[in-house]
Design a protein. Structure first.
Length: 107
């Protein structure tokens, strides 16, 4: 009887224990590090392209941009540093994300 009870408890919680959780992904703005005004439009375009490609292939939760930017601002993470590994890791930890995508480009 005791083993039957343990088995039933395990079976009833197995969905909870082994369920796959949707990953929380934070996509920071891709930065034009030369700050050439002729290529500033690419910052949003590349970020949106990455986001759209990921949405086509994977299911994930993305925190709204306004929310993570306000958390970053409150913790003195500056927007011009979003592309750095340190800033990306800090913002990811502060917002409790599973994956953080950040980057830069140099035209």
């Amino acid at each position: 009887m005791r083993y039957l009870l343990i088995f039933l408890l395990f079976f009833s919680f197995s969905d909870f224990l082994f369920s796959a959780r949707i990953k929380r992904v934070l996509i920071l703005d891709i930065k034009n590090i030369e700050e050439n005004p002729n290529y500033n439009y690419l910052e949003n375009s590349i970020t949106d392209a990455i986001r759209n490609l990921l949405k086509k292939k994977f299911a994930f939760y993305e925190m709204p941009k306004e929310k993570w930017q306000s958390i970053a601002e409150e913790n003195y993470v500056y927007p011009e540093d979003y592309y750095t590994r340190t800033s990306a890791m800090n913002v990811g930890l502060l917002t409790k994300q599973d994956i953080v995508i950040a980057g830069e480009f140099k035209p």
